[in-house]
Each structure stands twice: as structure tokens, then as C-alpha cells.
Design a protein around this ligand. Structure first.
Ligand code: BGC
Length: 527
């Protein structure tokens, strides 16, 4: 099986050389406000959950760092837009900081300084022919610790405020912004923020918190989508949702493993897509059945999984103009057994699936993904088959290293191979993919991993007050792909040596990293 995958990979690399990205296919790069802006207390900006957690509990982040200063992008609009121009991207995906625009979290007070910053950024992009692609909620949401009310869960309380905020930014920026993303990655916001607790706000209510949060986000998404069309449709833009999709590859050819891998994709990815893209709407049936049954077995008086009303199901159906797919890698999956250590109750336990990173795959510097370019093609095909081929924009894809070295052959290889599989998905499988976004334009604050994990096409000197940015080899390779609309694995930018020699070293290092990576992965997901 694995040999077959390897052979297919090699074949695919040679085949796809002939394909060119379609003329109307768009390329971009992405960042998120807390990860790059800095200026955490500039003017009247309010505190958000990442300001809060990194200040009260610095060890929440591996290197005890924070985004107080980050890449200082708040003060570097012209410089950063010039970088985008140099790479030649068609669009820039960035996110708005809720607490910078609405310091109290509510629309009772709008910050002039916050609005001016985003106006300047949007205007500078447009002046340089770069389309703004705007995420309303990334992960740095405004906390509402002061409005806990009896036992009403916090995420549900935030629903109204979130929709008000979305409507406010449509009003403020929608004359120039035509591409909106409501939420970035509901799974990560919810499971990691409200169940596992390794992202802010750091709640650890496994098997309950993440489901309530996910429910709220889906409803807020639908309401924001409808507000756009009822109040702002004359702006002529479109509104989508971004979901992180990890591909689940069956561990073996057995039917059981195929079913486990399918259950994994349904319960981790379909969770947020089925309500919007399936004909019947609502959550994936497998998710409802399994969580309802386990809740009853575990003596909960009602299911831990929330239910939608009929009206809510209808409001979610079709409520997205494109699907934003964040994709980094695949897992191998099989049915879980009693020896697999999982928290009970938890989403992983509810799924009945056990997934891991194969030690045959090249590791990244992040414990949660390896280099599996074929997985991108697989997940795009899954979307096409499950939901009737909706428009997909790859809104994030990229590779981590531990250092910001400008000779970044492994990142070059990652982009070349993932984009080759993307071309095959477009041409051979007819997947409806219209754009691609590299994560990220520059090294930045990587959440709980601080500055230890670097995804940038540009390196940033975090010891220098000016946060000097330097292009890496991968930025030139990406530029060449955008310009030529083709993948050329032999392309070597001026001033750099060919990557071949480095590739061998990289593979040796990756073999060493693999065992560490696999261990960390299990720790992150199962304890
Ligand atoms: C998030 C980014 C993050 C990236 C790499 C995505 O899931 O949207 O904010 O930096 O992954 O971890």
C-alpha cells in the first residue's frame, strides 16, 4: 500500500509538469492579526484572549513569548505591501483584530485608530493591485469574562456580539473588501480553545465545550452570512467559511480502516461542512449517532452534542459562497481499540478513530503534520464527491522549520509538490479549486509554539527592533510559480545554489525529527 502511494507520487511529479494554472486561478499569501500586528496596546485597543493568556500565564506558550510586538506589521504597512508586490500575489488574506476595532467587544464604541489602520492597509493593497481577502475572526477574539450569566455557556453568549461585529466591519470596509471569511478554523478555535485547551482561552471541557463552541460558530456564521445579504448585498462581495481539513488515509486496505478514515474526515472536517454543503443539512449523521449513543451510555441526561432547530438547519444550508480549505497534511487512521489512551468523554473518543503521523513521512517542525502532498488531492476529491464540487479556495498551506534560514529547500519542495498535486486535482479530477494561499508571508507568532515554529516565505529578525524582513528562497520560487503559472522543480533563483544537495541532508534530519514528532503528536491529542 505505502509502496503504491510512493510510486503514485513519483509518477504524479513527472506527469504534472505539463499543467499550467488556469489564467483566472488566483495566488495569495496569508497572515492573521495577532500573529503579525504587534501594537497590542496601541491607542485604545482592547485586550483579547491571546493578550490575556500570554500575560497572565506566559508558560502557555512554549518559549514564553507573545504577540505584543510580533512582526510589528501595525507600523509597517508600506513595507509589508511592498513585499506582497515583490512576490507578485493577486490577493492578501489577513484578519481583523476584533479588540482593535471594537475595544469593548461591542458596537457601542468603535476605535478610530483601529478603523484607520485597516482603512490604510486596505487602501495600500488596492493601490498596488492586490485584492484584500479578509478574515473577520481568526483566533484572537475578544473575551467576555465579565458577562458570564448563571450557567449559560460563554460561547453562546458571544453569538450576538459576533454577528454585530461582522455587520459593523461589512459596513466599515465593504465598499472595498469583496472577499470575506467569517471564521478561521472552527475546529481549532473550539476543540483546542474550549476542549483540549492548548489554544486561548485554554478551557478544558473535553467532549462538551468544543461542541457548544462549534454550534455557536456555525450559527454566528449563518447569521453573519444572512446579514451580509440582507443589508450589504449592494456591495457585491462574497462570504465564505474557512475550515481546516486533515486528510485521513486508511492505515491498511481493510474495510474497517477505510470506514475509520471516513469517520475521521466526517467528524473532524464534515462537522462544519455538512450543515452548509450537504443536501439534507444538519451535522453529519455519524456524528449525531455516535455522540448521542455515547452520551447515553455515559449517563448524561441529554446528548453532549447540541441540536439545531429546523429553522437553523435551513439557515445554514448553502450559507457560504466558497469553501476556504486550510490544509497542511494527512493522518493514517484505523478504528480505535481499548489500548488507545484517550480522554473520556472527548471528541477523539466520540469519533472511535485512532489517527497518527506515519514514521515513513517527512516530518515538519510542527508536531501535527508531515509532508503528504497527495493528501491535498485526496481531500479535494473528498469535498467534490461529498458535496457536489463546490468552489474551493485553498486558504492556507505551508511548511514549518525551526529556524528562519533563507535557504529553505524543504519548504521549496513542500510548495512544489503540494502545488503539483493541486494541479492534478484541477485537471485530472476536475476539482473546482480557484485559488491558493501560502501560509505565511513571513515568520510570525505561531500561537502556543511562539517563535519556535517558522512558516514564512520571508524571515523576520525578531532580535532587531526594526523586525527586518529577508526573502527566503521559497519566496522566489513561489514568485516564479505565480509568474510562469507552472511548477518547475529545477528552478533555482539567482544567488542560491540548487537544492539537490540540501535535500539529502534534509531527509536525514527529518528522519531524526520523525520519532520526536510522532511522540509529541500523541501527547497533544490524547492527554
Ligand atoms: C492557522 C494559522 C496558523 C497555521 C499554522 C492555521 O491552522 O489558521 O493561524 O499559524 O495554521 O499552524
Amino acid at each position: 500500500m505505502k509502496l503504491l502511494v510512493l510510486l503514485l507520487s513519483i509518477l504524479s511529479l513527472t506527469n504534472s509538469q505539463e499543467y499550467s494554472f488556469p489564467d483566472d486561478f488566483l495566488f495569495g499569501v496569508a497572515t492573521a492579526s495577532y500573529q503579525v500586528e504587534g501594537a497590542w496596546n496601541e491607542s485604545d485597543k482592547g485586550e483579547n484572549i491571546w493578550d490575556h493568556i500570554t500575560h497572565v500565564n506566559p508558560s502557555f506558550v512554549i518559549d514564553e513569548s507573545n504577540g505584543d510586538y510580533a512582526c510589528d506589521s501595525f507600523h509597517r504597512i508600506a513595507e509589508d505591501v511592498q513585499i506582497l508586490k515583490d512576490i507578485g500575489v493577486n490577493f492578501y488574506r489577513f484578519s481583523l483584530s476584533w479588540s482593535r476595532i471594537l475595544p469593548t467587544g461591542h458596537i457601542n464604541y468603535v476605535s478610530d485608530v483601529g478603523v484607520e489602520y485597516y482603512n490604510n492597509l486596505i487602501d495600500e493593497l488596492i493601490a498596488n493591485d492586490i485584492t484584500p481577502f479578509v478574515t473577520i475572526f481568526h483566533w484572537d477574539i475578544t473575551p467576555f469574562v465579565t458577562i458570564f450569566h448563571w450557567d449559560l455557556p460563554q460561547p453562546l453568549l458571544e453569538l450576538g456580539a459576533r454577528v454585530d461585529y461582522a455587520a459593523k466591519v461589512f459596513e466599515l470596509f465593504g465598499d472595498r473588501v469583496k472577499n470575506w471569511i467569517t471564521f478561521n478554523e472552527p475546529y481549532q478555535i473550539c476543540e483546542q480553545g474550549y476542549s483540549i485547551g492548548d489554544l486561548a482561552p485554554g478551557y478544558t471541557q473535553q467532549g462538551i465545550g468544543g461542541y457548544l463552541c462549534g454550534h455557536t460558530i456555525l450559527l454566528a456564521h449563518a447569521q453573519a452570512y444572512q446579514r451580509y445579504y440582507s443589508e450589504f448585498s449592494e456591495q457585491g462581495g462574497r462570504v465564505g467559511l474557512v475550515v481546516h481539513g486533515v486528510w485521513g488515509e486508511p492505515e491498511t486496505d481493510s474495510e474497517e480502516d477505510a470506514a475509520a478514515a471516513e469517520a475521521f474526515v466526517q467528524m473532524f472536517f464534515g462537522w462544519f461542512l455538512h450543515p452548509i454543503y450537504s443536501d439534507d443539512g444538519d451535522y453529519p449523521p455519524i456524528m449525531k449517532e455516535q455522540i448521542d449513543a455515547l452520551s447515553a451510555e455515559q449517563n448524561f441526561p441529554r446528548s453532549r452534542f447540541p441540536t439545531f432547530t429546523e429553522a437553523q438547519i435551513e439557515s445554514l444550508k448553502g450559507a457560504s459562497d466558497f469553501l476556504g480549505l486550510n490544509h497542511y497534511g494527512a493522518y493514517l487512521c484505523r478504528a480505535a481499540n481499548e489500548n488507545d489512551s484517550t480522554v473520556i468523554p472527548s471528541h477523539w473518543h466520540d469519533s472511535g478513530v485512532y489517527c497518527y503521523l506515519s514514521d515513513e513521512w517527512e516530518a515538519s517542525a510542527s508536531d501535527w503534520f508531515s509532508v503528504t502532498p497527495w493528501g491535498l488531492r485526496s481531500i479535494l476529491n473528498w469535498i467534490k464527491d461529498a458535496y457536489g464540487n463546490p468552489e474551493v479556495i485553498v486558504t492556507e498551506n505551508g511548511f514549518t522549520t525551526t529556524t528562519g534560514d533563507v535557504v529553505d529547500c524543504r519548504r521549496v519542495n513542500y510548495y512544489n509538490t503540494y502545488l503539483q498535486y493541486l494541479l492534478e486535482a484541477i485537471y485530472e479530477d476536475e476539482c473546482n479549486v480557484t485559488g491558493y494561499t501560502a501560509w505565511s508571508v513571513m515568520d510570525n507568532f505561531e500561537w502556543q509554539f511562539g517563535y519556535t515554529a517558522k512558516f514564512g516565505l520571508y524571515s523576520v529578525d525578531f532580535d532587531d527592533e526594526n523586525r527586518t524582513r529577508t526573502p527566503k528562497m521559497s519566496s522566489y520560487v513561489y514568485k516564479n510559480i505565480i509568474e510562469t503559472r507552472q511548477i518547475d522543480t529545477t528552478y533555482t533563483p539567482d544567488g542560491f545554489d540548487s537544492c539537490d544537495a540540501d535535500a539529502a541532508t534534509a531527509l536525514t534530519i527529518s528522519a531524526l525529527l520523525i520519532s520526536i514528532s510522532v511522540g509529541l503528536h500523541f501527547i497533544a491529542h490524547y492527554f
